[in-house]
Write a protein that binds this ligand. Structure first.
Ligand code: FAD
Ligand code: DHB
Length: 393
């Protein structure tokens, strides 16, 4: 097989890149190790930055989003039993918060790309990268896991295969610097069959720890609580989860809507960056190169931002034979990535109860939140980051 761009991974990064390249008439093939059903059924992120919504509209992929997404003017922060509404629309000159889950985005992207004749091979096995430092790189894989060993020749490889994928390892260890931070807490996330109890997302920092109230539809709500990252989910029967949510989200005169929980899971919280994001003919995008803790709702958005920068660079290379942007891809992408890392770390640190921190540090977090309450400049800085920072090309 032969293509111009071999993309490994059909997550948000790989699929948005597939669309952007297709629109520019550049040939690409996406290799994905999971089945289409697995990709479309995995519950992950929920919030889209305003420009991601605009991009979906521009690509003609927003029909279901317009009908079923939730558009909020802002978010609510809660600490010491009081709530603060941050009006993002007002603070950012009209930008807003969109809640539309990642698996729905992926369904739209996959259907759109296949309809347009794009090539996605699901369920491939033994993906391996070859010759990334040469001018003739290639990827080997087995269709349907156990099919015959197959070779995909290409001009460039894009590693959009997430944190555990093989692409990052194809950059020699001495050519990359990796930055890691593991937080001493995780998130327990649930989906519950119940109505909404607040018109927007609530991020709460209470004595017992962090809680987040989000939504999926008028009938299904998404909620998270801070927990021990090593906890077995069996330690969290439904009643214990509701008890914690009730007390962490409590304010006088308000009741949490409760109902049957039909999905639950625990994720660890980590920050990670790989410098560099390119080597020879290989470019990394999304979680393959960086991870953020979910508190800032940035993971998916950073992944899409990488491929917007990368697509522009590849288009300059193919349409104008200009390789300068491609040569500077890692440098350009990392400037925005580090700001996303900073914001995610800031939100995580400010809003969680860290068992290792002192009372002094805890008071500092409350001062940070109170600064957002009393300073329009501080509230604007938070809002600008939340709705999505501008691109610096
Ligand atoms: P991914 O979505 O990970 O896609 C990579 C794809 O590559 C996958 O489909 C994978 O199957 C495929 N792949 C891997 N190895 C191979 C291989 N060898 N060959 C072929 N294909 C391969 N972010 C938030 O903002 N909020 C959240 O609440 C949130 N929750 C999350 C919960 C979980 C359990 C996880 C794992 C992540 C969560 N995130 C969240 C982060 C967010 O979902 C990611 O940042 C986002 O999916 C990154 O997109 P991506 O395309 O870079 O990688
Ligand atoms: C959701 C996830 C997040 O990480 C976040 O910050 C806000 C909302 C969600 O899944 O709805």
């Amino acid at each position: 097989m032969k293509t111009e761009i071999a993309i490994i991974g059909a997550g948000p990064a790989g699929l948005f890149l597939g669309h952007l390249l297709r629109r520019a008439g550049i040939d690409a093939v996406i290799l994905e190790s999971r089945t289409r059903e697995e990709v479309e059924g995995t519950i992950r992120a929920g919030v889209l930055e305003h420009w991601v919504v605009a991009l979906m509209r521009e690509l003609g992929l927003a029909a279901r989003l317009e009908k079923t997404a939730d558009f909020h003017d802002g978010i609510t922060l809660q600490w010491n039993g009081e709530r603060l509404h941050l009006d993002m629309r007002d603070l950012t000159g009209g930008k807003f918060v969109t809640v539309y889950p990642q698996h729905e985005v992926l369904r739209d992207l996959i259907a759109g790309l296949l309809d347009a004749g794009g090539e996605i091979l699901f369920g491939v096995g033994e993906t391996a990268l070859h010759g990334v430092a040469s001018s003739d790189p290639w990827v080997s894989f087995r269709p349907g896991k156990t099919g015959p060993a197959t070779r995909l020749d290409c001009r460039y490889i894009v590693g959009a295969d997430g944190y555990h994928g093989p692409s990052r390892q194809a950059i020699p260890a001495e050519r990359r610097a990796e930055f890691h931070k593991l937080y001493p807490f995780g998130w327990l996330g649930i989906l519950a069959q119940t109505g909404r109890s607040w018109p927007e997302l609530i991020y709460a920092n209470q004595a017992e720890g962090f809680a987040l109230l989000s939504t999926r539809s008028p009938e299904v709500q998404r909620l998270y609580i801070q927990c021990n990252p090593d906890d077995d989910i069996a330690l969290w029967p439904d009643e214990r989860i509701w008890e914690e949510l009730r007390s962490r989200l409590a304010v006088p005169g308000w009741t949490l809507a409760e109902g049957p929980i039909f999905q639950k899971g625990i994720i660890p919280l980590r920050s990670f960056v790989c410098e560099t994001m390119q080597y020879g003919r290989l470019f990394l995008a999304g979680d393959a190169a960086h991870i953020v803790p979910p508190t800032g709702a940035k993971g998916l958005n950073l992944a899409v931002a990488d491929v917007v920068v990368l697509a522009e660079a590849l288009i300059a290379r193919y349409q104008r034979n200009d390789e300068e942007k491609l040569a500077r891809y890692s440098e350009t992408a990392l400037r925005r990535v580090w700001k996303g890392e900073r914001f995610s770390w800031y939100m995580t640190t400010m809003l969680h109860r860290n068992p290792a921190e002192t009372d002094f540090e805890r008071r500092i977090h409350f001062a940070d939140l109170d600064f957002v309450r009393t300073s329009r400049a501080a509230a604007t800085a938070l809002a600008e980051n939340y709705v999505g920072l501008p691109f610096d090309r």
